[in-house]
Design a protein around this ligand. Structure first.
Ligand code: MN
Length: 231
């Protein structure tokens, strides 16, 4: 096989305790999956889960113990952090039942669904796609993937992010509206999941703006921390 120009590099994320990296296929995200965040965005009640995607190369892998850097993105004046538990798929499938979801999971990571909130809001108002608000370059910083057998009980784990040392978001993964198994069931009914897919499972309440120079430190108990500086 030859190409008319060199293909883009494979997006990948480090794996704790392994030299081999996790190759990223797609980045799926769940919208409004914690009740208190749904409320702060102006919604109530349990609606069916809905999904959006980010490009695989929007992932910014940050190795354990390091601080990653992302550029403050263009066009926005309201860049928001959304701290999220990320599920890394190791075995693909379609129409996966929630009860069978666990065996499709390779591991877990801490991720930030960075959001150009002003642009997302404008698109919502006009009934247009969220891409410009959600799927921009470097919009998905992610820490190393912890394989399932080395991760704690992520279904009942504290999730938090601090900005410059101050708490912004702090909740518990047990408050997910659609849990990990249910999310995989819904997602795999709509798309065939593939090894390498990442699922950002949604963010708790407390989303807010960051500016150039801010440092974000987020975590999920049992998975370590993710540290990112806004250039
Ligand atoms: Mn999100």
């Amino acid at each position: 096989m030859s190409y008319v120009f060199p293909p883009a590099a494979q997006s990948s994320v480090p794996v704790l305790g392994r030299i081999e990296r996790f190759p990223v296929h797609r980045v799926y995200c769940v919208g409004r999956n914690y009740e208190e965040h749904a409320k702060e965005m102006g919604f109530t009640g349990r609606e069916p889960p809905f999904f959006f995607l980010k490009p695989a190369d929007a992932a910014v892998p940050v190795p354990a113990g390091e601080t990653g850097t992302i550029a403050y993105p263009s066009l926005t004046k309201n860049l928001h952090h959304e701290i999220e538990l990320v599920v890394a798929i190791g075995t693909g499938g379609r129409n996966i039942k929630a009860a069978d979801a666990q065996k499709h999971i390779y591991g877990y990571a801490v991720g930030l669904d960075m959001t150009r909130r002003d642009l997302q809001g404008e698109m919502k108002k006009q009934g247009r796609p969220w891409c410009i608000g959600k799927a921009f370059d470097e919009s998905a910083p992610i820490g190393p993937i912890t394989p399932v057998d080395k991760a704690g009980d992520v279904t009942n784990a504290e999730i938090y992010v601090q900005v410059n040392g101050q708490d912004r978001q702090r909740s518990n993964v047990s408050k997910l509206i659609w849990n990990i198994g249910e999310t995989i069931e819904h997602l795999s009914a709509a798309w065939e999941l593939q090894p390498g897919d990442l699922i950002f499972t949604g963010t708790p309440e407390g989303v807010a703006a960051v500016v150039s120079g801010d440092t974000l430190v987020g975590g999920v108990a049992g998975l370590g921390t993710l540290s990112v500086k806004i250039a």
